[in-house]
Design a protein around this ligand. Structure first.
Ligand SMILES: C[S@@+](CC[C@H](N)C(=O)[O-])C[C@H]1O[C@@H](n2cnc3c(N)ncnc32)[C@H](O)[C@@H]1O
Length: 407
């Protein structure tokens, strides 16, 4: 384990080089010229940060606005570090949930989650296998004014003082079925090595709760017990974004879903209420897939105390019919304008409905989406943006709606 030390002088020089590179890229300079121009800022640097690294970091600062907002102008990334970095909203939430504990992030990457831990917690340490990325993590800790030590080394060899071991492991780019054992470092092995600590693992969010449980059952703890804990699914911008596993001492329930940035939460402890018989209502609502994937739809209905039925449900989309409105970040409301039995009838009704744009909210072969949309929008001269659902099982299966702001 090698501790990463970055002097104030080297930090400033690296930052100056990236800022200069951003400026030149924005002015349209070619890569070669940018690299040449920033060389002078990096002479005598004691850290492995080359002019090429500054160029890549600059391109990623420009791109990082969406993920990191105003912070992006301070950060240091390589391609892979950026791609797998935790978005600021999620990192902040996770750090808040673990507030009060000392934490070792044993696969810290370029250190985004680590830096957010380091803003909140007393003692925070990062470990990273890739040397360059370990330096990037240390640069990011400094850039965000956080407190954390960073080591270049292997997670399994770390001997922690910290109470919580956190790991957001690297995962294969593609995998037919997402599993825990293909993650690096392997959470099953980490759970055995750090069996005397509280544990938090980020896992591929595609994994349903049962699959997480069945994999962690294999961990060999004292008394041959498997590892149990909370599976927390995080939605960001109405999309499933993350899944974290918290070992028992840190768990509040078996399964939970949280919507960011609002922080609204539903858990397996909320009373479950079954949906009623399917009946088309004037108001319908799409459910954030995160809740359905976590198996918490009935808990959400119970928590919100709403009478609802499921009008449509498949892998990608679940739509409810509702009698009452309850504000929730997990629901996106629509008001039904009219219904049609065929697309030809839809076209006539879209004109009557004063439509201009028609977003299709049912499964269409991606290669044919725009053909169908253009066909439906052809000749429309209205003002409204409408949404077209299709609920097979209803005689009038096409449902033309407008967004309703009920939140
Ligand atoms: C998904 S990234 C972490 C991203 C980080 N949470 C963030 O917010 O920026 C996973 C990192 O784990 C590192 N890694 C893989 N195996 C490791 C091991 N055995 N020990 C330490 N780090 C490891 C990889 O090099 C990679 O940078």
């Amino acid at each position: 384990m090698k501790k990463i030390v970055i002097s104030e002088k080297d930090f400033k020089a690296a930052d100056r080089a990236v800022k200069k590179a951003v400026e030149l890229i924005k002015r349209g300079y070619q890569k070669k010229k940018v690299i040449h121009a920033v060389k002078k800022h990096l002479v005598d640097l004691k850290i492995p940060f080359t002019p090429e690294d500054a160029y890549v970091a600059a391109r990623l600062r420009i791109r990082a606005k969406e993920k990191f907002g105003e912070l992006s102008g301070k950060l240091f990334f390589d391609e892979s570090g950026y791609r797998y970095s935790t978005p600021a909203v999620v990192a902040k939430y996770r750090a808040e949930r673990l507030r009060g504990y000392s934490i070792a992030d044993v696969s810290c990457g370029s250190g985004m989650q680590l830096a957010f831990f380091g803003i909140n917690a007393e003692k925070v340490t990062g470990v990273e296998l890739d040397k360059k990325r370990a330096y990037l993590a240390a640069l990011n800790v400094k850039a965000l004014g956080a407190e954390a030590e960073v080591y270049h080394g292997n997670a399994y060899e770390y001997r922690p003082d910290e109470e919580v071991i956190f790991s957001d492991p690297a995962r294969p780019e593609r995998e037919e079925v997402r599993t825990v054992k293909s993650l690096q470092p392997n959470p099953l092995k980490l759970a055995e090595v750090f069996s005397d600590r509280m544990l938090v693992f980020e896992l591929p969010p595609q994994m349903p709760p049962e699959r997480v449980d069945s994999q962690f059952q294999r961990v060999k703890l004292k008394g041959n017990k498997g590892l149990k804990g909370e599976k927390e699914y995080v939605s960001f911008g109405f999309k499933l974004n993350r899944l974290a596993f918290y070992s028992e001492e840190l768990s509040n329930c078996d399964v939970s879903a949280v919507s960011l940035p609002s922080g609204e939460r539903v858990t397996s402890e909320d009373e479950a209420v079954k949906p009623g018989r399917a009946e088309l209502t004037e108001l319908i609502a799409e459910v954030d897939r995160t809740v359905v994937h976590a198996g918490l739809l009935e808990n959400l209905l119970g928590k919100l105390e709403i009478e609802a039925c499921v009008l449509f449900g498949d892998k990608r989309r679940t739509v409810l019919g509702l009698r009452d409105v309850k504000s929730s970040a997990f629901l996106r409301y629509y008001r039904v304008a009219c219904t049609a039995s065929s697309l030809t009838e839809c076209k006539k009704l879209l004109k009557k409905a004063n439509a201009k744009k028609v977003t299709l909210r049912f499964s269409v072969d991606p290669g044919k989406y725009w053909d169908l949309r253009n066909e439906l929008e052809e000749g429309l001269s209205g003002e409204k943006h409408v949404y077209l659902f299709r609920f097979d099982g209803f005689a009038n299966r096409y449902i033309i709606c407008e967004r309703a702001d009920c939140n």
